[in-house]
Design a binder for this molecule. Structure first.
Ligand SMILES: [Zn+2]
Length: 456
């Protein structure tokens, strides 16, 4: 288990340099002052012994009897080799594609032109890069995917830098702790070719649990802490997968970092909403990536969400119907009636949509469109908890209609049971809404008559 293959391949050495260091990096005495931070060196192993032999060589130092040959050998004497990323691949062109993917990583830069790339014929600016923050394999994989370079990248962990505050913020550290598990799991799964589903659970006695406990011991942490870290790292990787490499600077901005809760929350929403929030933060439109109720973007991951939104809307309307006949506020009555009517129309429309009675592209009629409904939801002429219930119900129901077309494109369709459940919820919504409309009218009439009597 965990052995480096003897076949040819490409690799990245990930170094950590704790402080600014002047390093002579060739036999002729060329020198550069390297900034502290992370360094990535890309190379390929095509000779006999393949990756295994080459990487073993990189792990050794001059004191171990290694003959100094490449630029990176000199650098390695001063920096800590933390990780090796590798991929089995006999195509020598992949090395340059990897170099180009590395330069695309956020905040990556070239410290010394042509370092490690003196014999590169592919015009890479360098095969050696600097990044102030710890580089993420998820981001790297994403960058490779866009270059149509679909090789599986594995990680071997070598040494960890001593934990100082400078290395990363607490959350970034947590992310990389969890990532350790995800990376090892990826390798074990590939080597044992065991079905991935086994690994999803961290239940007692399952292989994933044993692996997590092993890693917790190695990294001197506790199992519950590591479990939290794994959950967090998973969330970050989901966001990278859906939104690309701009995610990391948005999440871990040192001046305005995002909270753990917001990151977890966002990772459970749809990719559309994720991009909406992340881009909003990057462009300075929002402060937080946390999903907001007034994000009017597509946000359905599975059909079951339609049902839970309908159930919440129905609950809200049922509560509201017990309030309308005790209120004496005529504006509140009028507004409740209007919102309930729209809720009812939206629910009916939804029922027709899921039953295929309406063409998908015309699922949302003008009076239930985003613009019309949002202006009604945002009107502030009536305030308070009662009207809040009516607004919530409308928002939850109409959301399903707005998302319907995209859901159909994505194949998020109801099962027979879900179809029945929709019918049932819609009927209850219609009943409650009609009840509110009638009660509001009766109560309004009563109040009007009373005011006439008082006036007379
Ligand atoms: Zn190159």
């Amino acid at each position: 288990m965990h052995s480096i293959p003897k076949s040819p391949g490409v690799y990245v050495l990930v170094f950590y340099l704790p402080r600014k260091t002047a390093i002579t990096f060739d036999r002729k005495g060329a020198q550069h002052k390297f900034l502290p931070g992370w360094y990535l060196y890309v190379g390929s192993a095509c000779g006999p012994g393949g990756l295994d032999r080459r990487l073993a060589r990189h792990k050794r130092q001059h004191a171990d009897g290694k003959r100094m040959h490449w630029n990176v050998d000199y650098f390695r004497e001063h920096a800590l080799l933390c990780e090796i990323w590798y991929s089995e691949n006999a195509d020598s062109n992949v090395e340059h594609q990897w170099a180009k993917a590395l330069i695309e990583l956020p905040t990556a830069s070239v410290p010394v032109a042509k370092f490690g790339a003196n014999d590169c014929r592919e015009k890479c600016p360098s095969h050696f890069f600097h990044a102030p923050d710890r580089p993420s394999t998820a981001v790297f994989r994403k960058a490779l995917a866009t270059r149509i370079c679909s090789t599986e990248v594995f990680v071997e962990f070598i040494k960890e830098p001593r934990r100082t505050k400078k290395v990363a913020s607490g959350l970034q550290r947590e992310c990389f702790d969890g990532r350790r598990f995800l990376e090892v799991r990826r390798r074990v799964a590939a080597e044992s070719k065991s079905p991935l589903c086994e690994w999803f659970s961290l239940a007692m006695h399952c292989p994933a649990r044993q692996l997590a406990e092993q890693i917790a011991t190695q990294t001197k942490t506790t199992f519950p802490k590591l479990k939290r870290a794994i959950q967090f790292a998973n969330a970050v990787e989901t966001l990278i997968e859906n939104c690309g490499h701009s995610v990391m600077p948005a999440l871990f901005d040192p001046v305005r970092p995002q909270s753990r809760g917001a990151i977890l929350f966002l990772s459970r929403t749809s990719d559309v909403r994720q991009r909406h929030r992340i881009n909003g933060v990057i462009e300075g439109r929002f402060r937080s990536i946390a999903p907001q109720p007034d994000d009017m973007v597509f946000d359905t991951v599975k059909f079951g969400e339609v049902l839970s939104r309908l159930a919440r809307a129905r609950g809200s309307l049922e509560k509201l119907q017990h309030r309308v006949d005790v209120t004496c506020d005529r504006r509140l009555l009028a507004e409740s009636k209007c919102l309930s009517r729209l809720s009812r129309l939206a629910a009916t429309r939804l029922k027709n949509c899921v039953n295929d009675r309406v063409d998908v592209s015309s699922a949302v009629p003008g009076h239930l469109g985003k613009e019309a409904v949002i202006s009604i939801l945002k009107s502030s002429n009536v305030q308070g908890r009662t009207i809040g219930m009516a607004r919530l119900a409308l928002r939850l129901i109409v959301k399903n209609l707005w998302d319907f077309e995209e859901m159909t494109h994505r194949g998020l369709l109801p099962t027979d049971n879900e179809l029945q459940a929709v019918e049932c919820e819609v009927e209850r919504i219609q009943r409650a809404a009609r009840n509110i409309e009638q009660k509001a009218e009766i109560q309004n009439d009563l109040l009007r008559k009373e005011s006439h009597v008082t006036a007379a």
